[in-house]
Design a protein around this ligand. Structure first.
Ligand code: B12
Ligand code: SF4
Length: 537
């Protein structure tokens, strides 16, 4: 009798397991990365929280996975996750369709692109997108899938179901950063070139209080204020960020820390930096770089940076024209404050990388030459000048449209996919392109050369100028203290691999001169797209 009962119960459980197996088993989450860059702290954060709650995760770099479908099949995930910056989203969309042709596994995409372009949910192959921060949403999704619960009402997520319905949810208040588990960097360190990279990135804060119209930070801050009534601006405590860095320093090569925070500190708000300078200086002491504004640097801030072992600061100047900064990009600061900030950093021997944009909406050739001139005065160790690109969702797009610098039907998506060329209406496209290429050489010249340099910008846009422009990248490696061997290994595994992963790099000025069109991805047939467009849930 007992035997019978046990057979029945075994049978019942076997039956139940078959019936409920997709839900009752732990959901394995596979991150698939196709962006030709180093580890993403966003993905590491997501994996960190999932693992902390007992879920299994793994990562595949498309560029390093010859048989992607085979590798996914072997891992047998319950969910595939992509992170998308604008510019790589086209190749991810293609990839999603290709995966769906072979495997019926739900695909979620998060990151800046779906956050600012949530209509990405309409693309075939994509079942869910995440707007804003994903840690808690991803955890809730994994738990819901595991227990067979409804996934359509999870905050931050937009979910497409089998019947084509799209469920859009509000975002949740942002999580206090100290409450999140450490980023799971081990996810990446099965790739030796990433593990051995002596420079590693960290994030000590999220958000920025300034209103610059070419940047997404004010947009996401407003989105959180509107939908959650909370402030997006948050900071990790000093003990927390120090513990994160020490954890990595004790286990992996780390000779340089790069803080990717939008702004490492804010003008007249130096309390956190005071504690950081003391604790980091004593307990870690590894040279670091950070992003700052010139107008936030006073004597006190410069002293603190020195005390904390700051090696370098990347500073976004963007334009040398006060008027462009004030009216067009709303990055308001006076030239005299900028020059003074630069002087203080120089005095402390902190290496400075000044970043600039050429070809902003309404910019004249004289404005662009003002940018060259101000950079001459700043005497930065390194400079970078990119031609300006519009990104979806930015206030500057509306400005450019209103002022007639782009047409009403201007396709930003297409612009980003196709090249990094000047796409705004301007009579100075060639001159701007030449300034961007030769910028680092121009700023080394004395100011008396400015009239001559202006004439040089009138020469045809040519391969020699572009090659000269690309040499600038090698200078930047010095800024990040990356030695030649790891630099070459890194270059080989990222930039050189983008062809293999059919990636659309946004940083490709030479190829775009030689081949102005085409994104290298294959076009799929209508049937495949139709199949992939049916939601999973
Ligand atoms: C470090 C950095 C880089 C690094 C590395 C990028 C990376 N993937 O980590 C480098 C130098 C390579 C880089 C390059 C570029 N960058 Co950048 N970068 C940053 C920066 C300063 C920090 C990124 C970061 O670590 N954030 C912290 C983590 C925790 O946030 P997160 O990555 O956004 O991830 C969270 C959410 O987005 C979400 N999420 C992310 N992925 C996923 C996936 C899933 C499945 C889910 C559910 C959720 C989710 O959850 C995460 C955790 O909360 C951001 C600004 C910022 N504050 O985020 C700009 C930023 C991402 N970059 C930007 C830009 C424009 C660029 C460039 C195009 C610049 C250029 N013209 O060359 C290039 C693009 C390179 C490429 N290959 O396409 C824009 C993105 C705009 C856009 N619409 O995509 C940003 C937002 C800057 C800005 N304020 O405008 N960048
Ligand atoms: S200061 Fe920097 S991060 Fe802040 S809004 Fe301006 S450009 Fe963006």
């Amino acid at each position: 009798m007992r035997q019978f009962a046990s057979a029945v119960s075994r049978g019942f459980f076997a039956f139940a397991a078959v019936l409920f197996s997709p839900y009752n088993s732990r959901v394995r989450i596979l991150f698939v990365q196709n962006n030709g860059i180093q580890e993403s702290i966003g993905i590491a954060n997501l994996s960190g929280i999932l693992k902390a709650h007992g879920h299994e995760t793994d990562l595949l770099l498309v560029s390093h996975t010859p048989d992607l479908i085979g590798a996914i099949t072997r891992y047998d995930p319950g969910l595939i996750a992509f992170s998308a910056l604008t510019g790589v989203h086209h190749s991810l969309e293609q990839l999603a369709v290709q995966i769906k042709q072979h495997l019926n596994i739900p695909i979620i995409v998060g990151g800046p692109h779906p956050t600012y372009s949530p209509d990405m949910i309409d693309r075939p192959g994509i079942d869910i997108i995440c707007r804003g921060e994903g840690e808690l949403a991803m955890l809730e999704l994994a738990e819901a899938m595991e227990h067979g619960r409804d996934v359509t009402k999870i905050r931050n997520l937009v979910v497409k179901t089998r019947n084509g319905a799209i469920h859009r949810n509000d975002i949740r208040p942002p999580a206090p950063l100290d409450e999140l588990p450490f980023p799971d960097r081990e996810l990446y360190y099965k790739y030796k070139f990433l593990r051995d990279m002596p420079m590693k990135r960290f994030i000590s804060s999220m958000g920025c209080p300034y209103p610059c119209t070419f940047c997404h930070e004010p947009v996401i801050r407003e989105m959180y204020r509107k939908e959650t009534k909370s402030d997006y601006l948050r900071r990790k405590s000093v003990p927390r960020i120090v513990a994160e860095i020490r954890y990595i320093a004790e286990r992996y090569p780390l000779n340089h820390v790069h803080f990717s925070d939008d702004l490492f500190f804010i003008r007249n708000s130096y309390k956190w930096l005071e504690e950081f300078a003391d604790v980091y200086g004593r307990q870690v002491g590894i040279p670091f770089n950070c992003n700052i504004r010139y107008d936030s640097v006073n004597q006190h801030a410069a002293d603190l940076l020195e005390k904390a072992h700051c090696y370098g600061a990347a500073v976004g100047l963007e334009s040398g024209s006060e008027e462009i900064r004030e009216v067009v990009i709303k990055k308001r600061s006076k030239n005299e404050n900028i020059v003074e900030g630069a002087r203080l950093l120089r005095e402390k021997r902190i290496k400075v990388l000044t970043t600039n944009m050429i070809g902003l909406p309404g910019e004249t050739l004289d404005n662009a030459m003002e940018t060259v001139e101000l950079n001459m005065r700043l005497k930065s160790d390194y400079v970078r000048a990119n031609t300006f690109l519009l990104f979806p969702g930015l206030p500057l797009v509306e400005y450019a449209r209103k002022m007639g610098f782009i047409d009403k039907d201007f396709d930003i998506d297409k612009q980003i996919a196709e090249s990094q060329e000047i796409t705004l209406k301007t009579p100075y496209a060639k001159e701007f392109r030449n300034i961007a290429s030769l910028f680092w050489l121009m700023v080394k010249c004395p100011p008396s050369w400015l009239p001559f340099l202006k004439k040089v910008t009138k020469l045809p846009d040519n391969i020699l100028f572009r090659i000269l422009g690309s040499f600038n990248m090698t200078q930047e490696l010095l800024f990040y203290r990356v030695r030649p061997i790891p630099a070459l290994r890194y270059f080989k595994n990222t930039v050189m691999m983008t062809g293999k992963s059919k990636l659309n790099m946004t940083m490709r000025t030479i190829p775009s001169l030689l081949r102005r069109k085409g994104d290298g991805t294959e076009l799929l047939g209508q049937k495949e797209i139709y199949e992939a467009n049916r939601g999973y849930f």
